[in-house]
Design a protein around this ligand. Structure first.
Ligand SMILES: [Zn+2]
Length: 381
């Protein structure tokens, strides 16, 4: 399942292609992929066509593209929009003359998410993924710190609507050349025209149809004046790599929870963007048992845990996401993650990299918790 780092890789890849582009056509192949859209497919299409797209944003694993001036489209829609950010310097535009433009937004056959334009993945793409990932971090900071089109004085005003993309279990967003064959699993197709890249196609591909696209109202965030989020995302807490994440507020709310620490970490209303894999890895690194009562977790240990969460997410971002294959499910019913860099998750029976005793797996919330029973014990405060 795509988690924060994977979604950030998608956001990063989409940004240069869609920011400033205008939607020229919408095709809905499967209405089930509009399940979160409050309206018909005709409504979805008619409101999107003619809209200009602003820079994609993200909170946790939620991705959205604010629409610029949706309700009063300017006469010269095809004119490049002033004030919108150019593509990040580290991202390559599609090479001229490339015949098969395919954007490997999430996964590549070699297991490395490249997050950049590529005809065929290669080792050079692998190398590029690392440098792109560093762009991802800085770009994400820019996006969430509010230095975007919304606060640009000269740029077009954003409307109060956003295109929300839920990747669900297996969703992918692929950039294609106009006229490219439409895949069997493509559920929604957006035709866009970008002032620099020209005509492109954005294909929403989803095998298992847990994902969706929807138009949603942007509402003010509770803690940052002038910043907006889609209403579907409003109940989601900030994620720990959001510069506006309030550490002290998080520690205070965590201490008041009468629950186990891992359950709290997975609570998207307390902190977003931490899935099962990153929770297990951060808990192992912080030497905290997954069922440690939050009320008995000391402030220093909570600080260590949050720091480890950020390290784990940062590492995954640097690797371009944890490289998952949506077609493959392991025995836990979870996507088949590459495990080369994991210390605890999926490592049951393997020696703990710290003490050598075997990592164990226990049932937890219909999934599993992987931990070292020696290094990670429930403690009194
Ligand atoms: Zn151990």
């Amino acid at each position: 399942m795509p988690e924060l780092p994977e979604v950030e890789v998608v956001r990063l890849g989409l940004a240069p292609a869609v920011t400033g582009a205008t939607v020229t056509g919408v095709t809905v192949f499967d209405e089930r992929s509009l399940r979160r859209h409050d309206g018909s497919s005709e409504d979805f299409a008619s409101r999107l066509v003619g809209a200009a797209l602003a820079e994609p944003r993200r909170r946790g694993k939620f991705l959205w593209v604010p629409l610029a001036r949706l309700k009063t489209p300017p006469a010269g829609l095809k004119t490049p929009l002033a004030g919108l950010k150019p593509p990040p310097a580290g991202l390559k535009p599609p090479p001229a003359g490339l015949k098969t433009k395919e954007f490997l937004a999430v996964e590549a056959p070699n297991g490395v998410s490249s997050g950049s334009w590529a005809e065929t993945p290669s080792f050079s793409d692998t190398g590029r993924a690392v440098s792109d990932a560093s762009v991802a971090v800085s770009d994400a900071s820019a996006a969430v710190s509010g230095v975007g089109p919304a606060e640009s004085e000269s740029g077009p005003a954003e409307s109060d609507t956003a295109l929300v993309v839920h990747l669900g279990m297996s969703g992918q967003v692929l950039l294609r050349e106009p006229g490219a064959e439409v895949g069997r699993l493509t559920r929604i197709q957006l035709d866009i025209e970008h002032p620099v890249h020209g005509e492109l196609r954005v294909d929403f591909v989803d095998q298992r149809i847990f994902g969706s696209m929807a138009l949603d109202d942007l509402v003010p965030t509770a803690d940052a004046p002038g910043e907006t989020v889609p209403s579907q995302v409003a109940h989601i807490a900030r994620d720990p790599i959001d510069p506006a994440f309030d550490d002290d507020l998080f520690f205070a709310r965590l201490a008041k929870r009468n629950t186990g620490v891992k359950r709290a970490m997975l609570d998207q209303t307390l902190i977003s963007g931490i899935g099962n894999i990153y929770a297990d890895e951060a808990l192992w690194a912080a030497r905290i048992h997954y069922d440690q009562p939050t009320g008995a977790l000391s402030r220093p240990r909570a600080k260590t845990l949050l720091a480890e969460v950020r390290l784990v997410l940062g590492k995954a971002l640097a690797e371009g996401g944890t490289s998952f294959d949506a077609q493959y499910l392991n025995v836990n019913g979870e996507s088949g993650y590459f495990s080369h860099s994991l210390n605890a998750y999926g490592q049951q029976g393997q020696p703990c990299p710290r003490c050598g005793r075997p990592i164990v797996r226990e049932q937890f919330m219909n999934r599993g918790s992987h931990f070292c029973a020696h290094c990670q014990r429930v403690r009194a405060a």
